[in-house]
Design a protein around this ligand. Structure first.
Ligand code: CO
Length: 217
């Protein structure tokens, strides 16, 4: 027997149940996708994008990586963001981190983890940007939780610093970027209330002005 046969069986049951519930479901989805949301989340197997917000296939465009990072040189993430904003015209980008994130924990430790340490260095940078606040938190769990939150806040800013999002705003396209955090222990999402909806909410140096304005000084 195929070692993954149970997964293929699950799929056939899921497909049959979905069609029984809604016979036109797959044929509609096959025509086109029109999700309203881009989800940028952690690869952690416990934080499944569609499951935890109760949405179906077709409703969320998804990018996941270790510790839900938006790194300006990550062409993979940038391509997802560009397609989501320019082509799919999504209205909301949700950066969703989670407490007890293994990536954040690893970034806070001095243990070597291989190549991934280069990726996690982005989180160490956030720790040092907030060193005073971080080091004032004595409890290790509380400090880790706070770094998980600060990581989300930074990634929200990083999404907004991209040319794709700023070009969309300039065109008058509505794009709101939200920061959420998920609790593994209770399955609940908390809104960190750091939503950004326009360039006036980001630091001036990160604003990409149209060339005409730059020339005008
Ligand atoms: Co994680």
């Amino acid at each position: 027997m195929h070692p993954l046969q149970h997964l293929l069986d699950n799929n056939r049951r899921w497909s049959a149940a979905r069609r029984e519930l809604d016979p036109g479901f797959f044929s509609r989805l096959a025509q086109q996708q029109s999700p309203q949301y881009l989800w940028i989340g952690c690869s952690d197997s416990r934080v499944s994008a569609t499951a935890i917000i109760g949405l179906d296939p077709g409703e969320v465009f998804v990018h996941r990586n270790v510790a839900n990072l938006v790194v300006h040189t990550d062409v993979n993430c940038l391509a997802v963001l560009q397609y989501a904003v320019d082509v799919l015209q999504i209205k909301h980008v949700i950066v969703c981190g989670h407490y007890d994130c293994g990536g954040v924990l690893a970034a806070m430790s001095g243990q070597p983890h291989g190549l991934i340490d280069n990726w996690l260095r982005n989180i160490k940078d956030i720790y040092y940007d907030h060193a005073t606040e971080m080091e004032a938190i004595v409890d290790v769990q509380a400090r880790t939780d706070r770094l998980c939150e600060l990581n989300v806040v930074q990634q929200v800013a990083n999404v907004c610093h991209t040319t794709m999002v700023q070009d969309a705003w300039r065109r008058g396209q509505s794009v709101a970027v939200h920061g959420w955090i998920y609790g593994l222990h209770d399955g609940c999402i908390h809104d960190l209330e750091v939503t950004i909806e326009g360039p006036e909410q980001i630091r001036s140096l990160y604003r990409v002005a149209p060339s005409g304005l730059l020339l005008a000084g």
